[in-house]
Design a protein around this ligand. Structure first.
Ligand code: MCA
Ligand code: AMP
Length: 476
């Protein structure tokens, strides 16, 4: 029995799946994934070098069919990030796309099992339980190294069913997007959603306005994007126009700016629906397809999820659409904890069992939610990626030319926030541009491309309070 992908396993999928130009029918996809799944019997956890490719999709489906834990690894992960992730999670195999040279260097003992997209094996049901871990997804915190979020199968099933219900998502829909396949948004919603419901998928490779327009012309009905993608679509009227015939445009992973919502309405005739979630909780709140979307609001809790607002003393905050409080959630979609981190896991829940999101929100009397921001300045959202300032700071401090540093997210019209590093250099800075380029590349080689600062500002000192703590609010 397979609890996660019933439409795929039961042969109910009617539309093909295309990923970056490679197309398989659902039956071909099931056949290729079943061939891999056979080879995963008896394994516990496998890593996937999660490039935006059909190999990644087949590998992830294979892992789920086989009941093993899937660890999607960002393909551009740098040396330090790989060292941590691979040591912490100890995957037994790489499945699918070949691991990067950096990944092989960090864990040469992990064997690579390639996938054959032409293989066609019979699907054999493997017994699984809802509490089994489906995914280990690494995500950044405010400080320290990324943590492995343990996402059980029940959360994936409940999260997708909640969205299928909220968006009246059916097997007639063809979803298009160009999101990375190593996060909840692109992978769990964007690949498993269509496969669970039996609809089509067109992964356009890169999320550019021209590719979204092309997918629309080819019949895609639903589009997913992060606000950066939508703001780029809004700036490309010649492509935006093609989205008029779509059924639903969805934005998430960061706040969609109101002017972008308004511009898209003018250009496409659609009011983009927003939804809100986290790696730890999957999507918890969504604007329903049958509701009238309001710019700046992300909708109501999906089926099976409850939310509440608390002030700093733990008291209830009124649902009046104005009062802000810490957003807490509970329900089927919430994760099981962080891998090997009982301390961080315990801190994440209140004593009465609610998960602390770290987001600040308000809730209106009709149940609509507005995300106001994050509690901590140390979690940056750039292009929809969640990035811990502390991780970048520790990395920069490992460079011989950095004496002190502070990393912040400053407002950016394209990315929402852009990563800016304020650096007190060791020694004289003769060529600031060359040193900035070197430090940026260093962060990329240790962490990953999207964690590179967009800008480096060399300063003589950092603003500190009497206790010596850097006052980040004074940087900018
Ligand atoms: C980027 N570039 C840089 C730097 N950063 N160059 C120098 N220094 C830097 N610091 C280069 C890039 O390599 C690229 O070069 C060029 O600049 C353009 O980069 P960029 O503007 O970043 O554009 P992009 O590469 O097209 O990325 C924008 C993007 C991307 C497509 C929106 O950020 C993205 O895919 N975001 C999605 C994140 C996501 O899925 N998050 C979900 C997690 P070249 O062109 O030469 O390559 S959140 C989640 O899952 C929860 C549950 C939720 O709510 O959804
Ligand atoms: P991640 O764990 O990478 O999925 O990032 C989760 C964070 O993204 C949340 O805690 C929010 O801060 C932010 N986020 C996701 N969706 C939205 C949204 N629709 N509006 C505002 N912030 C969002």
């Amino acid at each position: 029995m397979n609890d996660l992908l019933p439409a795929l396993v039961n042969g109910e999928g009617r539309h093909p799946v295309t990923v970056d130009g490679v197309t398989l029918t659902p039956q071909e996809l099931l056949g290729a994934a079943s061939a891999v799944a056979e080879q995963l019997t008896g394994r516990t956890r496998v890593a996937v070098n999660a490039t935006a490719s059909m190999e990644t999709v087949v590998s992830v489906v294979a892992g789920l069919l086989a009941g093993v834990q899937v660890l999607p690894v960002p393909p551009d992960s740098g040396a330090a990030e790989l060292r941590h992730v691979l040591a912490d999670s100890a995957p037994e195999l790489w499945v699918g796309p070949a691991p990067s040279a950096a990944a092989v260097a960090e864990a040469p003992e992990v064997v690579h099992l390639p996938v054959d997209l032409g293989a066609r094996a019979e699907h054999r049901a493997v017994a699984t339980t809802p509490d089994q871990t489906a995914f280990v997804l690494y995500t950044s915190g405010t400080t320290g190294l990324p943590k492995g979020v343990l996402i059980p199968r029940r959360a994936v099933a409940a999260g997708l069913d909640g969205l299928i219900d909220a968006w009246a998502w059916t097997g007639d829909d063809v979803l298009a997007h160009g999101l990375p396949l190593f996060h909840v948004h692109g992978l769990i919603l964007g690949v498993l959603g269509p496969l669970r419901v039996g609809g089509g998928l067109t992964h356009v490779g890169k999320g550019t306005p021209d590719r979204y327009a092309e997918a629309a012309r080819r019949g895609a009905t639903m589009f997913f994007g992060v606000p950066t993608i939508w703001s780029r679509v809004a700036e490309a009227p010649e492509h935006a126009e093609a989205l008029r015939g779509a059924r639903l445009l969805v934005s998430g992973s960061a706040a969609l700016p109101v002017p972008v919502f308004e511009e898209l309405e003018k250009l496409t005739g659609h009011q983009v629906v927003e939804r809100y979630g986290m790696s730890e909780t999957l999507i918890t709140v969504a604007t329903r397809a049958d509701a009238v979307p309001a710019a700046g609001w992300v909708g109501v809790p999906i089926r099976g999820v409850e939310t509440r607002l608390r002030d700093e003393d733990g008291n209830d905050v009124p649902h009046d659409g104005e009062s802000v409080g810490q957003l807490q959630v509970r329900g089927e979609t919430v994760f099981d904890g962080y891998l090997n981190r009982p301390d961080a896991t315990a801190e994440s829940w209140t004593e009465d069992g609610w998960f602390r999101t770290g987001d600040v929100a308000c809730i209106a009397a009709d149940g609509a939610h507005r995300i106001v921001g994050r509690e901590s300045v140390d979690l940056i959202k750039a292009g929809g990626y969640r990035i811990g300032a502390g991780e970048i700071e520790s990395t920069l401090l490992g460079h011989a030319r950095v004496a002190e540093c502070a990393v912040v997210g400053l407002p950016d019209p394209d990315l929402g926030q852009r990563i800016v590093a304020f650096i007190v250099a060791r020694g004289e800075v003769a060529d600031a541009e060359a040193l900035a380029t070197e430090l940026t590349a260093y962060v990329g080689s240790e962490l990953s491309a999207h964690k590179r600062p967009r800008e480096i500002r060399f300063v003589d000192g950092l603003p500190r309070n009497e206790m010596g703590k850097v006052q980040k609010k004074k940087l900018g």
